[in-house]
Design a protein around this ligand. Structure first.
Ligand code: ADQ
Length: 724
């Protein structure tokens, strides 16, 4: 399937120097991450974006030259005038969205003009994308400059796989929904079929915002809209690990390294590398360093901070002011502490070629990465990848997305200046053995989760076939509801079979939090009290939980997907399986092993089944390990006649003679003239599929099903049950 990448900037930057066009590869990691897709001709990938210079001063011939040269690299330019750059890029994107998404104050005043340009430039990108791609393509859109684009493309190409990845944080719903354009932005993004974020917090903030704006509801990692659903997922970006770890073998890097060894001989080097941006915490870090020097005389003459400030967005006022402030502070710290032989800060306002940067990373004893807020922060990862095995400590603010992964860094909080000072001190004095252990653990992680894997994981998820709502399954609309209620009232004996989690209660992060509310218990009680009704809850939960939560109600209960059941009005639990449990020890060993490998995953052991839960784990990490887990389970499953079920972020193993269908069959021997059955998960499909056609089988949610009918979510199902 052909792929089209759309981002504000192209991976090749075009400049006009002394009237001559120059072309140079950008510094971004994105280009290396997507290299497999863009360099391989067969894949036919195209990359659409702004070449980086305003078009006002370009002649028609120059534009043609640019287009032709870029095409050699599968790149296609969207030309923007200076005015468009001012309003769309410097204006709305970088003076409104960027600070808003990083919880910084936004320039007050009317931004309707810049918003309009933002809109029209998004439309320009949309028309170029449509022109350059065929229907049925996969389109991957990047970042906050182009948030209206997914919807614009979707309007023309309802069948395309459209992915969007946000490289910045997504702010809390409380902050975001205050924005005048919040609803337009969210609606724009929801044109995508997949929206990706660096961390689960950003994804949750986004879903909360959709809910607060009353644009769709969230269920099982999907944002459910009236006519389709959008997958929301987490893809933490990595780096090109091999490039940084192997850099030390390059001659030019070695030359720079020797230079740094000589220059900083006998000193500890603290490095900072960032675009000069208000989010990156320049002032906070300088102040922390100042305090460190003030309080630790022993460090004087023995430490140097190399601060690389990469010029960025220098046309924007806030950035100009920041530069002045930072440089003043650098000067004053240097004036305060310098001696004839020592200057505590070496400040560089420039870009740095890769070989010099790699050498600097490697020479530095500490990297001081303390953004106020940062989507991910790649510098932190690049620094660790550049280290020898026994050197280099990272001080990292917990407000960077990278902190979720790099737990072995010294984590600090830029809102608490003391933590920065202590963090630096700790890093400078950490015992070699501990430092080595921590650095190595981080290196192992980064080596595994590279930017190449990140790209592959996003694209694979994007290109997975999405199941459209099947024709056979109809939404339970007003007309169907009416018929259903008429059958209900006409019936003499009714069976109401219901799954629990995701059907009667929304899915929650912690399983124990799904306890039934008083209203739900009352509803079930009222349904069950009707002498014509048999109510049965068929759940994957263990019998103790069901007994505790629902045991007091006059209903039937089936636990562990039907391994055990309790009759209506009965006290005892009966077994519905003839299997033994000798397999459990082996599978438990495997599950525990993989739960240790995947942060956020955990194992649940029930009487008759074992479940590996990964709702809280990073999606691509879980997916990768699931493949291995499946592979290892295969012979065990065969030997012990087991069944593996891929549920909603759970992998469950139990004997193959256990199924919800079996429980359903136990009940169906009675002579019911109204059968109603609802479930949300793949584990309910057995039960939904075994019913006679006349039954009202109802799927909760949008995934594929054998049920005849569908409701959007738990609330809709409960509303229907209340009508009974
Ligand atoms: P940035 O805010 O730019 O990225 P960061 O993730 O640190 O922040 O990436 C900066 C990149 O610039 C690094 O890869 C660094 O090596 C590179 N760089 C180094 N030297 C350079 C130079 N001389 N000139 C230009 N660049 C240079 C945004 C988000 C981050 C998120 C990334 C990726 O703000 O939070 O991690 O996108 O998603």
């Amino acid at each position: 399937m052909s792929l089209v990448i759309v981002s504000n900037r192209l991976p090749i930057s075009v400049k006009k120097v002394d009237g001559k066009l120059t072309f140079s590869p950008g510094d971004g990691g994105l280009a290396s991450g997507l290299g497999d897709y863009t360099k391989n001709k067969k894949r036919g990938t195209k990359w659409i974006g702004w070449p980086g210079l305003p078009s006002d001063n370009l002649s028609a011939a120059e534009r043609r030259t640019i287009a032709v040269r870029l095409r050699q690299h599968h790149c296609y330019p969207v030309f923007l005038t200076q005015k468009q750059v001012d309003d769309y890029y410097n204006g709305y994107s970088n003076s409104v969205v960027w600070p808003m998404f990083h919880d910084l104050p936004i320039k007050t005043g009317d931004n309707s003009r810049t918003w309009e340009t933002y809109h029209s430039v998004n439309a320009l990108f949309a028309s170029e994308t449509l022109r350059l791609s065929k229907p049925g393509s996969s389109v991957w859109i990047h970042d906050y400059h182009l948030m209206l684009l997914p919807r614009m493309i979707r309007a023309e190409r309802p069948q395309d796989q459209i992915g969007f990845f946000l490289h910045t944080p997504f702010p809390s719903a409380e902050n975001f929904t205050k924005s005048k354009h919040a609803a337009s932005i969210v609606t724009g993004l929801l044109g995508a079929s997949l929206v990706g974020f660096h961390t689960s917090i950003y994804a949750q903030n986004f879903m909360d915002s959709c809910r607060d704006l009353e644009i769709g509801t969230s269920a099982n990692g999907q944002l459910v809209l009236p006519n389709r659903s959008v997958q929301i997922d987490v893809f933490p970006i990595g780096i090109d690990y091999a490039k940084f770890s192997a850099a030390a073998r390059q001659r030019s890097v070695q030359a720079y390294y020797r230079k740094f060894l000589h220059k900083y001989d006998g000193k500890k080097v603290i490095v900072t590398v960032d675009r000069l941006d208000p989010t990156k915490g320049f002032v906070e870090r300088l102040e922390a360093y100042q305090t460190l020097l003030r309080d630790n005389q022993d460090l004087h003459g023995k430490v140097v901070m190399v601060m690389l400030a990469i010029p960025s967005r220098s046309e924007i006022d806030a950035y100009k002011k920041l530069r002045e402030r930072v440089e003043k502070l650098v000067d004053s710290i240097n004036a305060q502490f310098s001696t004839a032989h020592w200057r505590p800060i070496e400040y560089l306002y420039r870009t740095m070629p890769f070989d010099e940067l790699a050498a600097l990373y490697r020479r530095a004893d500490v990297a001081f990465v303390a953004p106020l807020r940062d989507g991910m922060n790649l510098v932190a990862k690049e620094y660790i990848a550049s280290q020898k095995k026994n050197a280099g400590m990272l001080v990292l603010s917990k407000t960077a997305g990278a902190a979720e992964e790099l737990k072995d860094a010294i984590q600090v909080d830029p809102a608490q200046p003391d933590t920065l000072v202590h963090g630096l001190r700790n890093a400078l004095t950490m015992p070699a053995r501990e430092l080595q252990k921590r650095t190595q653990a981080m290196q192992e992680h980064l080596q595994e989760f590279t930017i190449q894997k990140w790209a592959e994981s996003f694209i694979t998820t994007l290109q997975q076939p999405r199941i459209a709502v099947p024709q056979r399954t109809r939404m339970l609309g007003a007309k169907q509801n009416k018929q259903l209620l008429a059958s209900y009232h006409a019936a003499n004996r009714r069976l109401i079979m219901l799954d629990y989690d995701g059907t009667l209660t929304p899915l929650v992060k912690q399983p124990e939090d799904a306890e039934p509310t008083r209203e739900l218990r009352t509803l079930l009680h009222r349904l069950a009290k009707n002498p014509l009704n048999d109510v049965l809850i068929v759940s994957g939960r263990d019998r103790h939980t069901l007994q505790k939560w629902l045991g007091g109600l006059p209903i039937g209960l089936a636990a562990e997907h039907g391994a055990l059941y309790r009759r209506i009005g009965g006290k005892n639990w009966h077994r519905l399986t003839n299997a033994d449990r000798s397999w459990q020890e082996i599978v438990l060993g495997l599950f525990d092993y993989f739960a240790d490998l995947v942060p956020g995953a955990h194992v649940e052991q029930k009487e008759w089944s074992l479940t590996w839960h990964y709702r809280q784990a990073p999606v691509y990490l879980a997916q990768k390990n699931l493949v291995a887990l499946h592979h290892l389970l295969k012979p065990i499953v065969k030997k012990y006649d087991l069944r593996i079920k891929d549920g909603n972020k759970v992998l469950e193993v139990h004997a193959s003679d256990i199924s919800k269908a079996k429980v359903a069959q136990e009940w169906l021997i009675h002579d019911y003239d109204f059968i109603f059955c609802a479930g949300d998960d793949t584990t309910d499909e057995d039960m939904l599929g075994t019913l006679p056609y006349s039954a009202y089988s109802v799927k909760v949610g949008y995934s594929q099903t054998q049920a005849r009918f569908r409701v959007k979510n738990v609330d809709e199902l409960l509303a229907l049950l209340r009508k009974f």
